[in-house]
Design a protein around this ligand. Structure first.
Ligand SMILES: NC(=O)c1ccc[n+]([C@@H]2O[C@H](COP(=O)([O-])OP(=O)(O)OC[C@H]3O[C@@H](n4cnc5c(N)ncnc54)[C@H](OP(=O)(O)O)[C@@H]3O)[C@@H](O)[C@H]2O)c1
Length: 167
């Protein structure tokens, strides 16, 4: 199993404000949809709530300290990240073995040491954010792909791989 982060960050590593995204760029939303299509996703409860409803064709593992239950077969609540990884691993026979961690700030920070790959959409603008992507030790990662989109605001998708896989 490979654990990957996918996140859109502004020039100050901002992720969101008031439990919402800083900006919605259709081309970046398309990149997110295409990259995570048919995949297992791990997310914090706040990010899951901010989606409004589960994303079609993806398996949602939602991390929470509350005793929550879902009757949707594609949504499971777990009580820790370790439990999330265990659940994700159990799904590998039926789902692809690249598992996407889709946020938010708390979950990106806690899971960063276990990630093998980072898909970061770097938005070329600074917003007034209250949730931030964690600091990354860039010596541990190498840039493997870069795609620029001349949107408003512009953004660049940067894909990084961990130099030595640790998980
Ligand atoms: N730009 C992007 O790509 C992107 C992506 C995702 C999210 N976001 C933004 O990020 C913000 C949300 O981030 P956030 O940090 O506030 O929330 P979050 O990480 O989505 O969720 C936090 C919640 O996860 C649960 N949790 C966290 N650590 C846990 C642990 N170790 N064990 C068990 N449960 C745990 C808790 O849920 P309970 O309170 O239920 O216990 C906690 O309140 C929003 O603004 C959102 O729009 C941006």
């Amino acid at each position: 199993m490979i654990l990957s982060h996918i996140a859109a960050i502004d020039q100050k590593n901002g992720l969101g404000k008031d439990n919402d995204l800083l900006v919605k760029i259709p081309e970046d939303q398309k990149f997110f949809r295409e990259t995570t299509k048919g995949k297992v996703l791990i997310m914090g409860r706040k990010t899951f709530d901010s989606l409004g409803k589960p994303l079609i064709g993806r398996y949602h593992i939602v991390v929470t300290r509350q005793a929550l239950q879902s009757d949707n077969p594609l949504v499971t609540y777990v009580s820790s990240l370790d439990e999330a990884y265990k659940k994700a691993r159990s799904l590998i026979s039926e789902w692809p073995d690249e598992v996407f961690i889709i946020g938010g700030a708390e979950i990106y920070k806690q899971s960063l040491p276990q990630t093998g790959k980072l898909y970061l959409s770097k938005i070329e603008k600074a917003f007034d954010a209250d949730a931030f992507y964690p600091n990354v030790n860039w010596n541990e990662f190498e840039l493997t792909q870069e795609n620029h989109f001349e949107t408003t605001p512009p953004f660049t998708v940067c894909i990084y791989c961990r130099k030595t896989t640790q998980y």
